[in-house]
Design a binder for this molecule. Structure first.
Ligand code: ADP
Length: 606
């Protein structure tokens, strides 16, 4: 009566359905007549809404009989089984989830014998449940996991911990597959371990992808290395003969008096230089593309970095009767830059400005501006040239693209200059913008984030490459007489060029191999050594320089790398390896003399 909230007095004399409200009157009558006719007990589950909640009962009706076996009354017993029903439903859900799980799930007893597997386990391994139940999971072993690992695994889960790891396991058909497994113990209400549970994910596909990716990465790295090697060799092989061509042509130009021949030589030199500049852009571009170098960024003054090259630009502009004006609006614009590359970018912009301007002026400005709440330093190159049509203003920053293209193009050039300039500028966290008006001129602006000056920076690293004839004369008239220079070079063509270049200023001796060079330096202490790097078989120039450095008297003698390895970053590499100077082939006379002068070759030593 408690369960139905009714008193016993109210219940007696009523029909069960009036009291229980579990079953309808007709159902009760039908059940009663069934009990009466069969004389047997009847049980069923019934369900009602009681105070807004779903309640389940197990209802049993018993026939009560007299001594003659006649049914005299029917006892109805109803038991509340709601909790049982709820637990059953939770269990059903759990078992469905386990069954339908995309992970493979295995439960073993404490001895490791399989008691349960889900569908996924069968699908994955190819074993039917009856083939696995009662077996030990070692049936999956491929033999790749070490016994110590299994030992550790069992220790972990037996002590109540969770073991996670990968298995390379075997299917029924002997095919191997990868699993990422989580193994742990199941405990009863007394915390005693009764079973072990394994939840495993098939990671074969992921493993294969990882393998493919790794080998693709290895291949990419290898081909990148090959590319760098190829570029290095190309650079070397093309520059070395160019040294001879340019060198002899410029020597001849000085010797020859006939104006027509002089003019022809001038053209030869100009063509060679153009070839060199194209080669340089292509090599630099490939180097930048393959991420083969890094900038060395330092907070320093843009003004100071570029002021050194302005006189050179002025000279070049003068050849085309153009005026070059340097007009800094900001006197000390500090940004994080690599000055060598900043000048390379500026070189490109100024080269273009001169190339595409026939009359008027080129103005180089340093300025500053605020954009997006950030302070920027601006380096502007403005010309009064042919201008750039709006439609081409984006295209020209793409590799190999020019305003006038195809066989009818009007200007020479590789179309790489601006691409390189933009890439390098981006590596300095900046950008290049362009304003142009067709027929009136163009203005390229380099945007560089403004930074604070770094007090430790020495700003004047770049040496001016233009030297006056007066300076060369001073160099020649050393008080102690001419300096003794040793050239180590296996190409006779280059030996001759260098000999001609140096004749007025130095006594030059040469060695065509490292072996003979080493013999010579042991007999005499030279004032400087010019060292080719790639000297054929045997020791390289770099190794030779290291050996010479250790010889008596040579600890301070300038050793200069003279090499066709002249790509971005090579100068720094050679200086780091112990050379005092670096000259890229093909080099001009002035560069060679200036390098020797900078290293104070032949000057009075105190
Ligand atoms: P290149 O000069 O070797 O062709 P660049 O990448 O330096 O390659 O320039 C691409 C193109 O952009 C040039 O061919 C030219 O059409 C155009 N251009 C660049 N600078 C200027 C300029 N100052 N005035 C007019 N056109 C220019």
């Amino acid at each position: 009566s408690d369960q139905f909230d009714q008193k016993a007095d109210d219940i007696i004399g009523k029909m069960p359905h009036d009291v229980l409200k579990i079953i309808s009157a007709s159902e009760v009558m039908a059940d009663f007549s069934k009990v009466l006719s069969t004389g047997k007990r009847l049980t069923k589950e019934s369900h009602i809404e009681l105070k807004g909640q779903s309640v389940w009962f197990l209802v049993a009706m018993f026939p009560l009989k007299n001594e003659l076996g006649e049914i005299t009354s029917i006892a109805t017993v109803a038991r509340n089984i709601t909790q049982l029903k709820q637990a059953e439903s939770v269990l059903r859900k759990l078992s469905r989830a386990v069954e339908q799980s995309s992970a493979s799930i295995i439960i073993t007893d404490i001895n490791g014998n399989i008691e349960f597997i889900n569908k996924k386990t069968s699908e994955l391994t190819g074993y039917a449940p009856e083939e696995l139940i009662g077996k030990n999971p070692r049936i999956f072993k491929s033999g790749e996991t070490l016994p110590e690992e299994y030992k550790k695994l069992w220790q972990t889960i037996k002590s109540g911990g969770e073991w996670r790891g990968e298995f390379h396991n075997k299917k029924k058909n002997n095919e191997l597959f990868w699993e990422l497994a989580s193994l742990s113990a199941l405990r009863d209400e007394n915390e005693i371990i009764t079973h072990f549970l394994a939840i495993k994910e098939d990671i074969t596909f992921r493993k294969e992808m990882e393998g493919l990716l790794r080998s693709a990465l290895d291949k990419a790295e290898e081909s990148n290395k090959l590319k760098s090697n190829l570029l290095n060799n190309m650079s070397h092989e093309l520059r070395t003969p160019m040294n001879g061509i340019l060198g002899f042509a410029s020597i001849l130009k000085e010797e020859i008096l006939d104006p027509i021949q002089k003019d022809l030589l001038e053209k030869l030199i100009r063509s060679s230089k153009r070839l060199m500049s194209t080669l340089n852009s292509i090599l630099d571009f490939s180097m930048v593309e393959s991420n083969g170098f890094e900038l060395k960024l330092k907070s320093q003054s843009i003004n100071q970095a570029i002021e050194l090259v302005i006189p050179i630009y002025t000279e070049i502009a003068k050849e085309k009767d153009l005026v070059l004006i340097y007009n800094p609006k900001v006197k000390n614009a500090v940004s994080s830059i690599d000055e060598r590359f900043l000048t390379q970018v500026l070189d490109n912009l100024v080269d273009n400005a001169i190339k595409f301007t026939n009359k008027g002026e080129i103005i180089i400005t340093v300025d500053s501006a605020i954009n997006d709440g950030k302070k920027w330093n601006l380096l502007k190159v403005k010309d009064t040239g042919i201008g750039i049509p709006e439609a081409s203003s984006k295209v020209i920053f793409q590799e190999f693209r020019q305003v006038s293209e195809g066989t009818s193009r009007d200007f020479e050039g590789s179309g790489l200059g601006l691409t390189l300039a933009k890439k390098i500028t981006e590596m300095m966290n900046g950008d290049i913008s362009l304003e142009s008006s067709l027929g009136k001129g163009s203005e390229f602006t380099l945007w560089l984030p403004a930074t604070e000056a770094d007090p430790g920076n020495n700003l004047n690293n770049i040496k001016q490459t233009i030297i006056s004839s007066n300076e060369i004369k001073q160099f020649a008239e050393q008080p102690e007489g001419k300096a003794n220079v040793l050239l180590v070079e296996d190409q006779m063509l280059n030996v001759q060029v260098t000999q001609l270049y140096l004749k007025p200023y130095c006594c030059m001796e040469y060695a065509v191999s490292v072996d003979s060079a080493l013999k010579m330096v042991k007999n005499k202490v030279y004032d400087a050594i010019l060292m080719d790097i790639n000297l054929g078989l045997g020791m390289s120039g770099t190794q030779a320089a290291k050996v010479i450095r250790e010889l008596p008297g040579y600890s301070k003698v300038p050793i200069i790398a003279c090499t066709g390895y002249a790509m971005i970053g090579d100068r720094e590499k050679f200086l780091k390896e112990g050379f005092d100077g670096y000259i890229a082939k093909p080099f001009e006379k002035d560069t060679l003399i200036q390098t020797l002068k900078d290293l104070q070759v032949g000057q009075k030593k105190n």
